[in-house]
Design a protein around this ligand. Sequence first.
Ligand code: ACM
Ligand code: ZN
Length: 707
Amino acid sequence: MIKSLFLFALLAANPAVVSDPADNPGTPDCIIPKVVSYSESKGRLDLANGASYAIEGALSTDADVEVFGKYLEESQLALVKVNGPARKALVRFHIGPKELKGKPAGAYSLSVDAKGISVKAADVAGAFYAVQSLIQMRNSQDGTAIAACRIEDEPRYQYRGLMLDLVRHFESKDFVLRQIDMMALLKMNRLHLHLTDNEGWRIELDSAPEMVAEGAFGSSRFFNILRSNNPIGFCKAPEGYKTGTYYDDGAVCGGYYSKDDIREILDYAAARQIVVVPEIELPGHNKALLHVHPEFFCDGPHKVGDVVCPANEKVYDFFEKVIAEVIDMFPSEYIHVGGDEASKENWKLCSLCRKKIESEGLKDVLELQSYMIRRMDKYITSKGRRLIGWDEILEGGLSENATVMSWRGTGGGIDALSMGHDIVMSPNTYYYLDYGQDAPYKEPLAMRPFLPLKTVYDYDPEKEILESGKGRCDASSMHHLLGVQGNMWGEFVITEEHYEYMIYPRTYAIAETGWSPAGSKDYDDFRTRALAFNAWAMNNGYHPFDLAGEVGERAETKIELPRITKGAKVTVKIGGNEPQEEPLLADGFLAGWIYNDQGYWKRTPREEIIVEADLGESKDIHYIGAEFMDYRSKSYYLPEDTEFFVSEDGKEYVPVHVPRLCLERGRKSYGVFTVGSPVAVRARYVRLRFNTGSRKVSTGISELIVN
Ligand code: ACM
Ligand code: ZN
């Protein structure tokens, strides 16, 4: 304190000390993702826009170097090619020097002194990442000065991804380009575009022009809002629609990318060392396709749902021609075919499916899904590319060459790696960016209520794989873990600003896990950098969640509230089952923002539930109540009715009047609600009886409150 007061007095007396930003040069300790190592030395360099650059010893193709040079000119540094010998340039790149031999793609070293900057890079990507470190250092202060320093850096994983769902909420081409800029700054290198789903088909293709003409627009009410409650109503593309923009005239909304839009996105990404991975979903998530091609439904009376018939050759003809064209457009090694959440109900009733199961010697409908994925795998492999799919592609047997993207937690990825398959980890439990990131009462409605930055940051994919001890899950197989990816789904997104709000700053954490060395995690240090980076982002047109105002986990989880139930015997009786002891339900610690299986939010999936506390002896009671969770998108509803009773002997119970909750049934929200009332009674037993209202839903109870 004394020290900072002294510093303040000094600065106030001598304003020149703070007015020259060059006195406060950017240093490597601000960079996200954290660099492998750095040291600072005396001195600094002014890296004003328009500094000169030179590239030597190019290992990559001339075309790559040319694209990189163009990027340097257009980048935030606006570097200009040196006029004269390379040694005269302020920023000198040496690509492919001997000392970086054997280093992974993207590795670089960087040294800054008062005379200039020397970058050594394993490849053009490494040179590009050195530039991103320079930009971040420079942006971290108001001026253009960078401290003299040396950085050694290389990526931990070669797949550092972000998925954008452009179906549930279509985003403009410019929005996508802006996220590519941010990904580049964060040294991320895979942009997975979710381009087809129930709500629309977002890519124009010569092989299927009807899909954007008839399957990219629909009722406005359908988009933006929790999808299950909104009917799908597709319509033709509005006349005069400008591709690559989001259209919404109040009645109709949607959009798609033209082939030119896609080419622009691909070129922009490639110049920023980002590969765009296209996803064409099959067999499920295909209402848009089935709207345009109802002949792809299974036969029989059940023309509902979102799953195509895997026994219909016309379905294969369609997907093969679409994927062939996608392969021609996208240079990505990986083609994503989805594979998630495909209901098999229609297949069980379809005569074609039944015949296919018989003729192919398949065991069941799970193997039928596997049959379809294997066919697509064969097709994609025959074109020199690789298939990647969500972890459901494991069901019914995993195709030989397939790579698995683990989303239902980490289990699918671990299982696939244990069998020797390549995997990308994007578990919903850590990396789903459509989940809320702070106290739900201050956040927009989200798919789940609480996945804060720290949870995202703390995830280490290798640790879980090694700890699983399954099959080939040992250190020698870690090369099969290609990397990590954050997934941003759009069902709850209202605007582009909202979309960005969900992505950042959590994507900074995913970028750091993808790049920085194992064992280098330090959340406090990361958070300090994330705050500074976020401030820069907000000043530069991005709309991240304001980390500075983070509330975090519910304070009540950390404070022990007074309870006369402390030490009491607390039981829960669900339906006709025997009562089970649940001491956590009256321990004075309220549950956190999200349901967890640790017994805090007790899920009660039957019609009638009785919670009872035996205080051990008769006591004066001044308050009786209970706390419940309302979390409708996960089928947790508030209780239909609640009744409280007390008893002296555990046999004769008398009701205690506590007003019931009275909330509108159709609300879509997350909330924590207390039912309770002051009372004046003396009793040994307290009983709460409530009803979930339906067998289909659950009620989440955090605490029986008795004081
Ligand atoms: C998914 O979230 N259904 C991949
Ligand atoms: Zn069928």
